[in-house]
Design a protein. Structure first.
Length: 91
């Protein structure tokens, strides 16, 4: 969830784009698990920082989100997994 919030606030991604962006998982010190989709440059930077990189072919987690802008609610599904849907409402 923190990665999705960071994608919107820090990286200025749109809601859908933020939810489907590839994710990073760190279970052990210096070992990162990366979903498919990160650039070679990003991977190389992480390696130069001393991280061991493990590729993951699976989607890590699934976020279904509601974003609020003023009086508008935007439901956004994580479409990286099948069966995702959302509903938006405006007042």
């Amino acid at each position: 969830m923190a990665q999705v919030i960071s994608n919107v606030l820090d990286h200025k991604l749109g809601y859908s784009e933020a939810l489907i962006a590839p994710r990073i998982n760190q279970r052990y010190a210096k070992e990162l698990e990366l979903e498919t989709g990160f650039s070679r440059d990003t991977t190389n930077i992480l390696k130069r920082m001393g991280h061991s990189i493990k590729d993951s072919n699976l989607a890590m987690g699934s976020v279904q989100a509601i974003f609020i802008e003023g009086e508008n609610l935007y439901g956004v599904p994580d479409t990286r997994r099948p069966g995702a849907s959302a509903l938006s409402e405006s007042n």
